[in-house]
Design a binder for this molecule. Structure first.
Ligand code: ADP
Ligand code: MG
Length: 975
């Protein structure tokens, strides 16, 4: 992509943009160049959205028109010019300098090494007004939208081809060749049909899985604040072009690479790009050598990083694939996503089974030969047995089932961003929960003030202590970023709570701000739990401070009483801290407020006058306590993480029922800092609550829990939570309140702030894992039964009980449909009452394998027994039906077939079995099929034998597994 760049030469056309109709605030424009050019139409739409005052725009490549809704101030000629520019009209002379026009940007500029002004000039951006909309439109047409490349999925033909090159297919091919060589042309044709049918089914399921997976990482970013034509507006991220002026505010995700031209206390979290977990301070004046690494380019901001504090103004230098993160993606683009742990495990299981089966097949063939059977027949049996017994596509089973799980979650408003997140969800052992906003509603209210030794409820703020109360609330209001918005107050809940209390006392926010204009501010930061602002008004200078009570109090030397200022002696300090503890013990967030009249530098925060304590109440989110309880029942530890002090955290934990055994263990994060990692790993898992946590502590806590061997999920509201969310096995961004930053790094995005979504996600994660186990139990068990029949017969010296064609049929009829349906089982009612699976152990334990083989042996044994006396067709039908019946047993590991509280009915499974039964009836009833399969007549005795062969194994296996169900309920599923 070009950085700005020359416009492509397009022939000038006689027909240009026409206005089809114009109503105030609504225009329809037409241009033939839009026709049959969807990409140009999209560029036109984005360009029109970039005109200040435009609220909606659409452009159609079918009709060749564009529809715009806008403010009355937007003129038709302006829209015409912009649309024309977007469609390649040569630029008219515009206000840009010649230097800006030229932009010979074939090779990337070293924007970070230039002064900001030079960069602005080179990019043709007026540092106050931003780009004119028409110029932006032209650049968009030339350089393309600001989008990152999407990874291409495999095509249907590629997937199909992959199916045809698998080992089972190669075996089938060999078997077909042998058939033809020995005169069995019909067999060869049938084998070909089986191969194609199987590959077709597999392609269809894998393709839909792939579509789901490709959609995973897509989160539409929110529009970003920018300047165009001298007006501030919200621009879609895709509409940004080099030279655009963007505004940086806390919580936004930087939408493109950009050169800073102004920055005030701007800090950015660049962990996505550099791995550095602490925010980096940016500086518009910074110029670094051309070869400086990304992490040191302090005059630049980069796409994909998050603004954590302060504000800034920057000029876009690169968009889309030309951004640093775009280039990294381009490097990674060709790489297929790594297999998830389950996919890897299943691949391994498949290979092992293949090996074992190979040996068995060779044995069957060898024994047959030794007994003097003709070798072509033995060869064919051995190969067909191999085909039938190899559970093909085991990794695909995992992929498909995981993808189905993801779709299920999407229906419940849970957005999963990585395939392996589904299986990890099922294994979560610890959930770290943000207190504010996740467990509490983050709707704060000032519930108490402590002034001059007295604790006051809101009704008493206007009483005798009014003077001190007003001083406190006034100071807190000045020391805040709250703004008046159309629908009340806009700002953080903590600050709005204080300002609202001030307003209720009759203070006028606008007047107060006008009297005391803010000159400087120092915000909260890592290791600094207070905010300070410096104001200068007619009455001189004023330093206002609010924050953690202990921190603020330590900087005070005087205190305000009802009768004026007094010294702050040790006794008064003690009384204040005692009041703080009492308020915190009532689950209030407590802030200390202080001021210094007469100014000075806010860096120099000393000699302040203590005004008092403010206690803010934040109601628990309805359902939070229930959600915590549900997590505990599910065998998952919960940990609450908060920046508040221990006493507040303790009180809220009590209300939530956070401890499992009645005793809340609170750990102060400050104590963690100096601990060696091993001590931390031993200590962290003991805690129920982490108090006074800073963003970098969060990362430390996640790491410590992981070091102790636990699978950790972590919720976050974003701005500074990025590194911790990324480090946790499962990072969860909570719905409405979450920032773009959080959404970008999270593995799971919940649509609502409701913790119920998290429980749902864990339930579905576990159910998906259980479903993969169910499919495995079915596939491995039934395939084993076929091997056992053939091996048993060979050992005993019987003729082969099943013909190659019958084995193929068995595999085609009894394997795929029920397996797919088992992968779609709804969660069992008690998944959330069991323990999470052990992520460190394989999905099938040795015990599991023994069980699967035993179940296969029972089914195979019954089929083998039926060969004594019953007509040969009964063995074939009996074995098929026994396998289908086995599918029902595979539905639950903890409940028997007839348990009332067993899994809910699965209509898909019933349907799948129905289809299989119909096919099986056709095998006997339709002449050509019957001949192909070499089936003789069945007769009443045959019916009876078939029924017995089908049902006896079900009963036997059912009884055996019932014996172990109780125990399984109390163990990890894969123990
Ligand atoms: P949490 O992670 O639980 O939301 P925060 O990090 O937001 O906690 O806040 C932690 C502490 O920082 C609070 O207990 C309070 O002492 C202080 N604090 C919070 N908001 C402000 C603010 N706007 N101004 C000053 N101090 C604040
Ligand atoms: Mg917070």
């Amino acid at each position: 992509m070009r950085t700005g760049g020359s416009l492509p030469a397009r022939p000038r056309r006689a027909v240009g943009v026409a206005i089809v109709h114009a109503l105030p605030g609504r225009y329809r424009l037409a241009d033939p160049r839009l026709r049959r050019a969807p990409e140009r139409a999209e560029a036109a739409r984005l360009a029109l959205l970039g005109v200040p005052g435009v609220t909606q725009a659409s452009a159609s490549a079918v009709t060749g028109t564009a529809l715009v809704r806008c403010a009355a101030s937007v003129t038709a000629s302006r829209l015409r010019a912009v649309l024309g520019a977007a469609l390649g009209d040569p630029p008219r002379a515009r206000s840009l300098s010649a230097a800006a026009r030229a932009q010979p940007c074939e090779e990337p500029h070293a924007w970070h090494a230039m002064p900001a002004e030079a960069a602005a000039a080179a990019l043709g951006c007026a540092p106050k007004r931003g780009l004119p909309p028409a110029e932006a439109a032209a650049r968009l047409a030339a350089g393309g939208p600001n989008l990152l490349a999407r990874t291409e999925g495999r095509s249907a033909t590629a997937i199909f081809a992959e199916q045809l090159t698998s080992v089972p297919v190669a075996l089938l091919g060999a078997s077909a060749v042998v058939s033809i060589a020995t005169g069995g042309l019909a067999d060869a044709v049938a084998i070909g049909a089986v191969v194609l049918l199987n590959a077709g089914i597999a392609t269809a399921t894998e393709r839909s899985a792939e579509r789901t997976i490709r959609g995973l990482s897509e989160v539409t970013p929110a529009p970003v604040p920018a300047m165009r034509g001298g007006k501030r507006m919200l621009l879609p991220v895709a509409a940004l072009v080099p030279g655009d002026l963007i505004l940086l505010e806390p919580g936004i995700l930087v939408p493109a690479d950009a050169r800073l031209i102004a920055a005030t206390d701007l800090t950015v979290n660049e962990s996505a790009l550099t791995g550095e977990s602490l925010p980096v301070t940016k500086d518009a004046a910074a110029r670094v050598p051309v070869e400086a690494p990304l992490g040191e380019r302090h005059g630049m901001v980069f796409r994909g990083t998050g603004v954590t504090g302060g504000s800034g103004l920057a000029i876009v230098t690169a968009t889309g694939a030309a951004t640093e993160i775009g280039r990294i993606q381009a490097l990674l683009g060709a790489v297929r996503p790594p297999q998830t742990p389950i996919e890897r495990q299943l691949g391994e299981v498949g290979r092992e089974l293949m090996l074992v089966n190979g040996v068995i097949c060779a044995a069957v063939g060898g024994i047959g030969l030794l007994r003097g059977q003709p070798w072509p027949e033995m060869l064919r049996s051995a190969i067909s047995l191999a085909v039938a017994a190899v559970p093909e596509g085991l990794p695909a089973v995992a992929t498909t089932t995981l993808a189905l799980g993801i779709q299920d979650m999407r229906h419940r408003q849970i957005l999963v961003r990585r395939l392996d997140a589904v299986e990890t969800l099922g294994a979560v052992e610890v959930v770290c929960l943000d207190k504010t906003g996740t467990l509490t509603a983050n709707r704060m209210a000032t519930a108490a003030l402590h002034l001059d030794g007295t604790l006051l409820a809101p009704a008493m703020f206007a009483g005798a202590h009014r003077g001190v109360a007003a001083a406190l609330l006034e100071t807190a209001t000045l020391c805040s970023d709250v703004e008046e918005a159309a629908d009340g107050l806009a700002g953080s809940p903590t600050e709005t709570a204080l300002v609202r209390a001030a307003q209720e006392l009759g203070l006028d926010l606008a007047r107060l701000r006008a009297c005391w204009p803010r000159e400087k501010a120092v915000s909260r930061a890592e290791g600094r739990k207070r905010m300070t602002t410096l104001h200068r008004g007619r009455g001189g200078a004023l330093l206002a401070m609010k924050g953690d009570p202990a921190e603020v109090l330590a900087l005070c030397t005087k205190r305000l009483t009802m009768s004026g200022e007094a010294t702050l002696d040790a006794k008064a300090r003690e009384a204040i801290m005692a009041a703080n503890d009492r308020m915190a013990g009532q689950a209030l967030r407590v802030l200390g407020v202080a001021r210094r009249q007469g100014g000075g530098d806010p860096q120099d925060e000393e000699g302040l006058t203590w005004l008092g304590l403010a206690g803010l109440a934040d109601p628990l989110r309805p359902g939070a306590a229930a959600a915590i309880h549900a997590l505990h029942v599910a065998g998952i530890r919960t940990m609450m993480i908060t920046g508040d002090q221990s006493a507040t955290a303790y009180a809220i934990a009590k209300e939530l029922g956070l401890p499992r055994d009645g005793e809340v263990r609170v750990l102060e994060a400050g104590a963690l800092r100096d601990l060696p990692p091993e001590a931390l790993a031993a200590l962290a898992p003991q805690a129920d609550v982490f108090a006074r946590v800073s963003p970098s502590n969060k990362l430390q806590i996640v790491r410590a829990l992981q070091a102790s061997g636990r699978i950790v999920a972590m919720t976050g509201d974003g701005i500074n939570d990025g590194p911790a969310l990324r480090a946790a096995e499962i990072g969860i961004a909570m719905g409405g309140a979450g920032t773009d930053v959080a959404r970008e790094v999270a593995d799971i995005v919940l649509a609502t702030d409701d913790l119920g979504g998290l429980i749902d996600a864990i339930e579905l994660g576990r159910a998906t894992y259980a479903n993969i186990r169910k499919v495995l139990r079915y596939l491995v068990g039934t395939n084993a039964s076929e091997t056992m029949v053939m091996l048993g017969a060979a050992i005993v010296g019987l003729p082969a009980p099943l013909t190659p064609m019958q084995l193929l049929w068995l595999n085609l009829v009894s394997d795929p449909l029920p397996a797919l349906a088992l992968g779609l089982e709804a969660p069992e009612p008690d998944v959330l009452e069991q323990l999470p699976h052990d992520p460190r152990a394989p999905i099938l334990s040795p015990t599991d394998f023994r069980r699967l083989l035993r179940e296969g042996a029972v089914i195979g044994g019954a089929a083998l027994a039926s060969t004594f006396g019953a007509p040969p067709a009964a063995t074939f039908h009996g074995l098929t039906l026994a396998q289908l019946a086995h599918a029902f047993l595979c539905r639950s590991e903890t409940h028997g077939l007839f348990d009332r509280d067993g899994p809910p009915m699965n209509a898909r499974l019933v349907g799948a079995i129905g289809i299989c039964l119909a096919l099986q009836a056709a095998a006997q009833g339709v002449g050509p099929l019957r001949r192909l399969l070499g089936l003789g007549p069945l007769g009443p005795a045959g019916f009876a034998a078939t029924a017995a062969t089908a049902l006896v194994p079900l009963a036997v296996n059912g009884i055996i597994s019932a014996a172990s169900q109780r125990r399984r309920q109390q163990e990890r599923p894969n123990a």
